[in-house]
Design a protein around this ligand. Sequence first.
Ligand code: BGC
Length: 767
Amino acid sequence: MKINILTTYCALVMLLFMGCNTKQKHKMNTQTDHIGQKVDSLLRIMTLEEKIGQMNQYNGFWNVTGPSPEGGDAALKYKHLEAGLVGSMLNVRGAAEVRAVQEIAVEKTRLGIPLIIGFDVIHGYKTLTPIPLAESASWDLEAIKTSAKNAAIEASAEGINWTFAPMVDISRDARWGRVMEGAGEDPFLGSRIAEARVKGFQGDDLSQYNTIAACAKHFAGYGFSEAGRDYNTVDVGTSTLHNIIFPPFKAATDAGVRTFMNSFNELNGIPATGNTFLQREILKKDWGFNGFIVSDWGSMREMIAHGHAVDNEHAAELSLKAGSDMDMESYAYIRHLVKLVKDGKIDEALINDAAGRILRVKYELGLFDDPYKYCDLDREKDIVGNKDLHDGALDMAKKSIVLLKNENQLLPLKKQGLNIAVIGDLANDKTSPLGSWRIAAEDGTAISVLEGLGNYPNNNITYASGPKLYKGIPDFTTEVDINTTDKSGFNEAVNAAKNKDVVLMVLGEHGFQSGEGRSRTNLELPGFQQELLEAVYKVNKNVVLVLMNGRPLAINWADQNIPSIVEAWQLGTQSGHAIAQVLYGDYNPSGKLPMTFPKNIGQIPIYYNYKNTGRPSPSDHDANTVFWSHYGDVGNEPLYEFGYGLSYTTFKYENMKLSSNAFKPDGTLEVSFTLTNTGNYEGKEVVQMYIRDLFASSTRPVKELKGFELVNLKPGASKTVSFTIDSKTLEFYSANNKWEAEPGDFKVFIGGSSNTVLEADFSLSSN
Ligand code: BGC
């Protein structure tokens, strides 16, 4: 009912408005302008309180389909909802539940403005896909896009219309638990994945019932928290900020992402939530972003602890002035903005802008046309957990696995006649593979490795868990309590490994050992796992190590001793099926690491696109000198470099050719080479192109990824692959404080990892 009155009123205002200015009428011909007019009309009839209400987001706070809450915070929030003082809610899910809150907003409030319903749809919703870091290891942009699309289909069937994803924070520090949520260390790969995820969630038409608004987070610098400790201080220079941290956010903006989330960290002294440079200058002005920015959970209020805002009212003032449009759970806007406007400290134009941005996205979602479009009980029943979603999750899971080592052709396993010992608590775990950020999924819903192996019944499997990995049942909010005292099961596991053809050891981290608040200073295998691995290896050398983890681990001993190592991350609901299919060769692994694996923790931060320094190697005339950039106890090289990953087949790179050795700023250069499958299996290779800008106004990394492609080849087959380089490829944020390509000499490298095998020189002329 309310909606009708509102719609009619807005239409009238719009007609009047359009009628009095033909020039403007002409200008407002596009869909976006049309929405802009609706927003303006609506803002004109809203009270200051109602506009501020749109900027207020509350967490789900009572049993929404039950009676309304009495007393306490919940009752107050409920009252706010009824009074039209809430614009969004998060963590309300289920078609019936979302309908219940939406009905209050639409039927009971003066203007009936629908809520936008947010949720952390980070890697799938109820049917979980691999953690984002794992998906990124596929380098398969189409698959990643489809995965996000499927997540949107499932989440929207449960009433959700806005996800707090993709997380596009670049990080070089595996101690930071949130690396599991991102795309790894590289801005180019991170940018392509950011685009794929945004397009997957949002589709071509945001107003469809099965697409949802995406949110690029956390703007900005969150992945550079000092020493990898979550929420810690961030202090980065201009070059790193623009060249490394910003690109995926910019790519998400260009891909049309409708919302941003700011971050908990300070950036060079100013908390991101109160950071005008980040939000107003870079995002809204330079990049022309016209969606809205939500704060991170309580991040406005946290500016008091940062030592930036003196109290919550000051936090509200700083946040709004800096460009934060919506308050997630700080209660800063709802409590203080009216007074701040009345005291003349905040210009109402800032409120109009923020509320207008939020209303715009609601219009784009089609919520004003049908606020219940995501609340169809039949659709929810049909969609959630259906076969298509499980098939999609399995496909993505297989593509995410990285083969790190495979000596003596231990893999793929023969499908019959083998006696196999399967060892490790994680092999039988149906929860841990779900990883972190899985609020809508139920515990115990992942296919375990043991279950996956059950699909290959002609081998003989003996399972021994070894010591329990953790004590009790880990949960989302508390520290995972690793078992370091109870060794029961250790000897039994070692005995099970004796006289077997192959031992599969499934080791790694619990799913809740990475994620938010899960930083670690030790990246080795936790608990008794390393000791167990060494003891098993003593009695049987044919060990295949299957790793499950949410971040790069330091597994130097394993790399030196264990013949086969498979990186299986946390692969989601279909985990065990995907792992079994790879182990048995029904899927030939093709993943490549999106993040460097260190030899030991002391090498961190370690990343492939480092700077050369003034002393990259011992001087020529004094090879024994210590005065160069290195460690005395371990080399500078990582254990496994960025872009690395093996296949059951092998590939040869040769015949590199450049179309010319120099090109002009408006020209292009073709780089081509031949890729041949020289092994015995059909396989996919991620071919990678890197460049190096040899001399620049602001120094450039020794290598930068600038292109990649997935190439599938049958045994013996060859293909000519080519990449185009233009001046855009060579642009960087220079010492002139702008993006530009500087004329000069470059190198281009080609290979199957950042340790490339082919290289050539070229130059960019000034004209
Ligand atoms: C996280 C965000 C998340 C939000 C809502 C915060 O703690 O940093 O990434 O979207 O909670 O759940």
